[in-house]
Design a protein around this ligand. Structure first.
Ligand SMILES: Cc1cc2nc3c(=O)[nH]c(=O)nc-3n(C[C@H](O)[C@H](O)[C@H](O)COP(=O)(O)OP(=O)(O)OC[C@H]3O[C@@H](n4cnc5c(N)ncnc54)[C@H](O)[C@@H]3O)c2cc1C
Length: 390
């Protein structure tokens, strides 16, 4: 049987999930190149929430959300600790009638799939779940108890290991420095040191770096970097003596991180035309910690004042800055490009942990069998051909 040689650039959640899904096909020969360590890029800075519902991904993509959540649950069942799952549940504050409708549908979908979910309007009950919340300015809250957050780096490493068990090859500390294009077709990659690797397909899974790797193939990849500024707060009293759920508001979200609280401005509230929110930068210049702007912590404290006043007296323990890779319409960029054989799986923005399993499952099918799916059509890079200027 003739094998299809597929080279993947990038070992974050996108590259490793794709590598794993490709390795399930007997005629795939998969090689993944990561310039550093597996899961060390955006994936390592992620909150990793995979909630059964929230406003970060439209209900239209419910099956994407469910496949992501259940893939990780299965991984965790097969090997305890392989995904870093923390089952805290999720509380979504309902701030308007519009949000209410979305939440009610989301809860109905979660329940139909066999999970616990309820829309709560009894304010005392909401307070029991999260004592620090202000219930005056909300209509109610959606609550799912079976979900929570995962560790994207652990999942990436688990996917990479599973891919290797199926015969895939993973090179770490191996930057791709050139995408070899011959006669308008991607023919392989060159790694630092000059080694050439020939492929039938090259898939770019480098997230915020895809602006740079895209140029190696002669393509302007139309993504913007939104600043993901995460702050770790030490709550009043220092210890959380209850289960702090993933808390979602339209403008920000919070979750527990040990005894601290991780808090971040939501990705859909970022304005790509506001230079404080977004731009086109070099992810290699990001510091490991710190690097945050006063603007974001001030914004978040203002939000907390209104919504979770019990958190305002928290101490700031640490913070970090990362870049999410966002296309203009905040949906991923998948599939074929004008360069034959050069395929993109980037632009996952603030939802890559949720979306990577389903998107990779479909993309692997397309690469191996040439079959598209409605999801791939929705998120096709093709939707932007000729429309974007970088
Ligand atoms: C603060 C924050 C919170 C988030 N919260 C959530 C959340 O709650 N839920 C959710 O679903 N998503 C969340 N996200 C989004 C999610 O983390 C990202 O969408 C996802 O991690 C992107 O994965 P990726 O594989 O595309 O990119 P990355 O993880 O950045 O991986 C790209 C990899 O490519 C490698 N690379 C780059 N150039 C080269 C080269 N030339 N050669 C070889 N390798 C190269 C890099 O080293 C890197 O490891 C969050 C993101 C942030 C920053």
């Amino acid at each position: 049987m003739k094998k299809l040689r597929v080279g993947i650039i990038g070992g974050g959640i996108s590259g490793t999930a794709l590598g794993y899904h490709l390795s399930l096909y007997g005629n795939a020969e998969v090689v993944l190149f990561e310039k550093n360590a597996i899961g060390c890029g955006t994936t390592s800075k992620s909150a990793g929430t995979v909630c059964l519902f929230d406003d970060s991904l439209r209900n239209r993509y419910w099956d994407v959300r469910l496949y992501g959540f259940e893939s990780y649950l299965k991984m965790e069942r097969e090997e305890k600790g392989s995904t870093g799952f923390d089952k805290t549940g999720t509380l979504v504050a309902v701030t308007s009638e519009e949000v209410e409708a979305t939440v009610e549908t989301g809860i109905a979908l979660a329940k139909a799939a066999g999970y616990q979910g309820e829309y709560i309007t009894d304010k005392d009950r909401i307070k029991k779940i999260l004592p620090l919340i202000d219930v005056e300015n909300i209509l109610g809250a959606g609550y799912t108890q079976d979900d929570g957050y995962f560790d994207g780096t652990m999942i990436s490493n688990t996917y990479a290991r599973k891919m290797q068990q199926k015969g895939g090859v993973v090179y770490t500390m191996t930057p791709v420095v050139e995408i070899v294009v011959s006669g308008g077709k991607a023919a392989g990659v060159k790694t630092a040191g000059g080694t050439m690797h020939l492929f039938d397909r090259v898939v770019d899974c480098t997230g915020p770096w895809s602006r740079f790797t895209g140029k190696m193939a002669g393509l302007d990849v139309p993504i913007w970097h939104t600043k993901a500024e995460a702050f770790f707060l030490s709550p009043p009293g220092k210890k959380l003596n209850y289960v702090f759920p993933v808390l979602k508001y339209p403008a920000f979200y919070a979750l527990r991180a040990g005894d601290n609280i991780f808090i971040c401005k939501s990705h859909l509230s970022m304005d790509l035309d506001n230079p404080m929110h977004a731009g086109q930068w070099d992810p290699d210049k990001l510091p490991a910690t710190g690097g945050t702007d006063d603007y974001f912590i001030e914004f978040l404290f203002e939000q907390m004042q209104k919504s979770v006043p019990g958190l305002v007296a928290s101490g700031l323990v640490s913070s970090w800055l990362s870049y999410r890779a966002e296309p203009r319409d905040f949906l991923p960029l998948l599939g074929e490009t004008p360069i034959d054989g050069y395929i993109l799986a980037t632009g996952y923005g603030g939802n890559g942990i949720i979306e990577a399993p389903a998107a990779s499952r479909d993309l692997a099918k397309f690469i191996m069998r040439g079959e598209s799916t409605p999801l791939l059509e929705d998120w096709a890079f093709k939707r932007l051909w000729g429309k974007e200027r970088s």
